[in-house]
Structures are given as C-alpha cells and as structure tokens.
Design a protein around this ligand. Sequence first.
Ligand code: ATP
Length: 872
Amino acid sequence: MKSAKSKQRINEMRTPARSKQNLATTERDPVQVYCRLRPMQRETDISCMKIISCNTVLLTPPSTALSYRNENTKTMKYTFKEVFPPETSQQEVFDKVALPLVEGLIKGKNGLLFTYGVTGSGKTFTMTGEPNNCGILPRCLNVIFKTINDFQAHKYVFKPDKMNMFDIQNEAEAMLERQQELHKFKLGKKNNSNPDLAMSTSDLTKVDGVNEDNQYAVFVSYVEIYNNSVFDLLEDGPPISKNLPVKIIREDAAHNMYVHGVTEIEIKSAEEAFDAFYLGLKRKRMAHTNLNAESSRSHSVFTIRLVQAPVDEMGEAVIQNKNVLSISQLSLVDLAGSERTNRTKNTGQRLREAGNINKSLMTLRTCLEALRENQINGTNNMVPYRESKITLLFKNFFEGEGQVRMIVCANPRAEDYDETLQVMRFAEMAAEVEVAKPQITDIASAIGLMSGRRKANRLFTAARDNMMRPEAKELELDLGLVYSLGPDFPSLELNSSQAAHIIKELMAHLEMRISRRETLKRSKAVKDERLRSALLELEKESLEVRSENASLRGQLAASERRVRALEERLTKTENASLSHQRKLNEMTEYTSSLKRELQEKELLLSQNKIDKEKQKKVLERKYNHKIAAEHEKAKEINSEKERLRNANEDKENRLRIIAEALNIDKRDSVDTVPKMMGDMAAQTCCRDFTPGSTPRALPAHMLTPFSSVPHTKDTPSTSRRGVAVANPRHRRSLSADGRGWIEHAPNKIVPMGTVMKPSIGHSKQVNKLTSVKDITNSKTSKYCLISQEQDTDGELETKLYKGDVVPTCGGGAQVIFNDVEMLKQFSPTRKSNSARLSENTCARHSSKRRDTGCSPPQTPSNTSKKQRVDDD
Ligand SMILES: Nc1ncnc2c1ncn2[C@@H]1O[C@H](COP(=O)(O)OP(=O)(O)OP(=O)(O)O)[C@@H](O)[C@H]1O
C-alpha cells in the first residue's frame, strides 16, 4: 500500500512545472547581462568605450562611424549587471557569471549561458579560453566533478532513453554494460584530450547544494548549428568530419526542446569531459576571416545534463523508479559573431556563413523582443522560435524555468563602433526579458524518506567492518534482537535460607516472560495477519500492475513503431526540406547574380544610349548643314529644270506651227513653207546645235512622227517621265534568226505599231504558259520572255530574255537562258534624256546630216540600242 501511495506522490511531484498556468504565477528573474571588454590589439587603436562604473559603460561614436555620418553624435550609456574591464581574469569572470549557474545545476535548476558579440570580440576566448588560460566551459566541468565526485552513481545506472529522459538500470544491468565498454575500450580507444586545456583547470573549487542522499551522473552533448542545420560534434566517426548528418530538434513530453538522436556521453571525471569537449572542438567549423584569425563559423552548444536520484532507505542503491529522477541542464553557448560583409570582405562560402549567422542572430533578437512585448503587455503573441534552430533550442529556457545569463563581449576599438552599438542595444533589450524562477522539490522527503540515509549507511558499514576486525571479537555487542522478553534472568544460585525468595523472584520473572511471550505472540500473530493481508494486497496489486504493464507494453511497442515510422518520415521531410532550402538558396543566389548582371548590362546599355544620343546630335548638326546645302542645290536644279521645260515648250510650239504649215496645200505653200521652215530651223539650229554650224531647215520626214501622233492630254510631251513616245516603226531584233521561237509576251503589251517590238518569225506568241505542250512541242527549240517597262528617264525599254528549250529525260523540257536583248527607245524631242544622251543624239544627228548632205536616216527620231549580255 505504501509503495502505491508513494508512487502517486512521486507522480504528483513529477508533474511538469512548465505549463503556462504555472508560469503565470511563478516568480521571475530578468536575464542577467554582463559585459566584458577585450584588450586593444594595437597601441594605436582608438577606443570608443569607457567604463564609468562597475556596471556602466559609455559608447561614443567616432567620426568614422556610420551613425556619426548620419548625424548621430550622441554618447550612449549602457548598464549591465557587471562590466568586466579588459584586465579581468578568466577565473573572475567564471566566479561571477558561471559559478552560480553550476550551483543551480547541482540543485536541479536549468541554466543557459551564452556569449554574444561582434566577430573577434572574445566570445570563444571567454567560453573556451586558451591553453593555460581556460574559459568558462572547462572550469564548469571541473567544479561539477569536484562537487559531485563522492556521490556519483555507477556508470550506466542512468541511461538516456533517446526521448530526452533517462531510464534507471539495476546494478547488474549497469555492470554488464560496463564490462562491454571495458571490452570495447581494450579494442582501442583514442585519447582526444588537449593536455594544455585539461592541465590548466586544476581548480579545487566546490559548490554547495549537493544532496548527500542522492546519486549523480553527468552527461554531455556537443552540437553546432551551422548554416541553420544542427550537427552532432560527438557523433561516432572520424575525428575531423565535415560530413556529419543533420540532426533535428524535437520537443519532449515535458515540452523541452532537444536534439533528437544526439550523442550523450556519460562522463565520470573532468578529464573524460575534456576529451569529449576537445573531440567536438576539433570538428567545430572555424575559419580565417579578415577580422579574426580563428573565427567561429557556427553557433556551438555544449550541454551538461546532471541526473540525480535519491538512494533507498538503506542508503545504498538508487530507487528504481524513473519518476524520482531529477534532471537539470546547463547549456553553454558560444554564438558566432555578427559581421558586416563590407568589413570582412567575405565571399563565397564565408559570405553564405556570415549571412546565416547574421540571420539567426536577428531571429534571436526578434524572439526576445516578442517575448518582452508579451511580458510587458500581457499579450500572447507568437514568438518566432522556429525561424532559426538556435532560438528553437533556446525555447526551453525562455518559455520554461531556469536562469539565463549572457556575456556581451565587446571590442572597444573605434572601427567596431557600428556593430558594437547594435550589440549594446540588443543587450539592453535582452536584460528586460524575464525568465521564471525554477521551483525545486525535495522528492525524497515527498516520498517519506528521511535525510541522512547515506550517512547512516556509511556509519553502519563502517561499524560492521570494524566488527570484522580481530580486535573487535573481544567486544560484547548484540546487534541481533530488537525484541526482547525483558531484563536478564536474576541470579539462580540457591545457597542460603532465602532461596525461597529467589525461587519466587525467578517464578515471577518467568511468569513475566511467559506473559510477555504471549503478548509478543499475539502481536506477532496480528502483525503476521497484517503482513499476510498486505502481501495478498501486494500480490493482487502486482497482478494488476503486471497485466496493466503487459497492455502498456503492447501500447508502447505500437506507439514506438508509430514513432519510428513518423521519425523516419520526419527525417525524410527534414532532409527534403533542407535540400529544397539549399536549392532555394542557390536559386536565390543565382537570381541575384543574374539581377546584378542585368543591372550591369542595363547600365551599359543606357551608357551606350547616351553616347549614341550625343553622336546623333553631333551628326544631326553636321548633316543639317549638308541638308541645307542640298536644298539649295535642289532649288537651283528645279529652277534650271523649269527653264529647260519652258525652252522645250517653246520648241514644241514652233514645231507644231511647222507641222500645221505643212498641212496647207503644198502648192500654195511652196513659197511660204521654206520661208517658215527656214526661220524655224534657223532659230532651232542656232539654239540647239553647235555655235559654228550653219542653220538649216528640218526635212519634212523628220517631222512625220509628231504629226501622226497628235499631242493629247494623256501624253504630255513636256513630262520627263511621261508615257514613252510611240514609234510606228520597229526594228527587227537580231535574235530573229528564223528558228522556231516561243515568245512569252506580257499580258498587257503596248499595241504593235506604237511601241518597238521585235517581230520573230516562226514564233508562237503566248501571254501565259498554260500547257506543258507549249514548250515540249518538238517545233519549239527557243524561248523568249519579253518584258516592257519604262526606265527611270521615262523611256520605253523592252527586254528579251532568250534561251534554248532543252528536252529532259522525264519527257518535259527545261529552258536555259543564255541571252538578254535590250531594246531602248530615245526620243530626240525629249530633253529629259540624260544630258549625255541628248547631247550625243543631237551631235550624231547633226553630224549625219552634214555627212549625207541632208539625207536623213530611216528613223531619225528614234535611236535603238541593243545590249547583248552573254551568259556564262
Ligand atoms: N579578454 C581577452 N583577453 C585577451 N585576449 C582576448 C580577449 N578577448 C579576446 N581575445 C583574443 O582575441 C582574439 C579573438 O577572440 P575570439 O576568437 O574569442 O573572438 P570571437 O568573438 O569568438 O570571434 P568569432 O565570432 O569570429 O568567433 C583571440 O586571439 C583571443 O585570444
């Protein structure tokens, strides 16, 4: 019965104290923020920070700072829990900041300590330290082991259950595991410790608060958050491995966040702890940057979990009940430093790392701001812990109970001012966030265990050991009966007359013993009865528990299977999401690089455009002058044309007069015409022919064409590009050679007799080739395509494209053009013919007339020109 009750009491004690209702009523402590200034690197460096009291610093903007340029020249004052000047020793920082957290850890309280600051400001120096000058972390390990050393449980008594809790194993199970480990150890184990680091922590400090009736075990895990992915630095594998698998963060049954599947090593001494720490340290991603020779590229979280459980009534073994366990944790976090890329000049991987570092620090800031708002205004707005892995891990501390401390590391040199200002603002804001004070319950007394059990056991063991010693054999010690039948028997010697008195006494003594025996017998019978019923009760209870246990086991197995399946799915999803995230990042980078390229090209384009505009303006100015000059020339040419047109009209009028005169009765006009002709010819020749030539009358046949084609509106004789002058005569082309021709004439051909057109004998004229037979016909051996059009001067131009018709083997025919004949007609009346032609024509006519003594050629008004182009 007692065990059931105590079990219930234990369960009541273990109810998670992290529910929101509980937190609302619990006391709260603000996050304690400390500031540590690092020494200046160079004597020439200028400081922008000044310590004015043990907890206040002044920050003055140097003239080089961005904010100074933005006219923010104000000196700012920042207050901390304590400010550590550059000369402060590592021990002093540890004592003031970390030692209380270690004390809390031993008492069962959670603690978080993180260093925050700009890159190169001394975060890693403060947290890890250097050989022979170690930092907070090794000192914490040292003090913990110094304190709990005498009260450690045997290894593997406590065993992580992989769900952020612990199982308790009995001594036999634990021993078996130890033996297995010993076997493995013999097979070969590497020593990872850094002797310098281990040696430098020979500190003998112990803290108060250890419970002597408890057994303790220390477990450590070490993870890093790199590019927002969690990696286990203690995972089995090669000591320097950059390809560790990504871990996921989960929430346990008590709403604590933990890294699922993380390696938790049980540590039995500070040296073993240094081994583990040093192994992780070697794997941690560090790199050289412009601002720090060994810069952390990731956030590292070293977690110390202290498991404690009360010993049983005998003060020997741990109570075999999972619910009596008390687990406290101290997380020591070395955050990567914020960095401005224009100062670090990082590129590629370093730039990506810096981006992720700054982003996660930004999320931390956002979370704390949201938390503070909620606490001040009593609101319940969502705090974006999930946006970054580091804040998700920290959720434990801010939403639950514990102590949170932050050391703001600062480099006081002026170059760091802008970043330091941001750090100081963050620190100021973080100091306003409050965390619930941890509530500690003494589980042992809650289940009715008296304190001092272990001490009593120690004394008892010592006494027993003493009794075993040979000199103790002389001692009369009765460690046996607790129950007795009364005092010793009186003396039984009957040596005097008062023997009857003795017998009476003996009888009374015996009666007293008999009655006492009876009493004891009755008491024993009652107790036996009670024990029997208790045993029966227990048996019944045990049966119930067993059946309950069996059904629970079944349920557990089913849920474990389900959990495993879900875990697998979760891991797959996480991995997929991670790879998508990576792809997204790559695409984002690629897009931004393309954007940059586009911008550059646009810039180039607009530059080119501007250049071209300039050139265009220059050319415009240049050509405007030229165009103006051309206009001038065109005007002159037009006026010249006008003059020539007038002259032509004049000439045509005169010729018309002559033609009219010729229509008068020839006999009547014999006397008058020569006179008129003479006058006209004299006028014309004087104007058109060379100055030295004798003016002569034009013969009548020269005038015939003009008289036969009346001057109408449709054929304006003055237009340069008018319809070609009709010629009633035509000249036969040289192409007419008497063979069978096919003439391919255009549809709208100028009527015969008005336009020069070759007449080809034995030819068949078609306007359109409609049938193949037109060509394949055996009589047809030649092909002529005729085209007529006006040339640029308005003269009629006839082109004859001539070719041989060659039969093909498929029964068809092909035409191979091999000659082009061009017939062109020039009118002597047209001044529009090029100057050269008109002059030549006039010159030729005049010379011919001179040579033949006024006997004109057959077609004086027409000049035919043939061009032959022989095809290759
Ligand atoms: N208080 C100090 N006393 C002496 N040296 C210091 C101190 N603080 C920092 N240093 C030195 O400054 C250098 C940079 O320090 P550290 O690596 O700790 O910077 P960090 O803030 O961790 O940088 P990051 O964020 O880039 O990792 C180290 O060489 C360290 O020894």
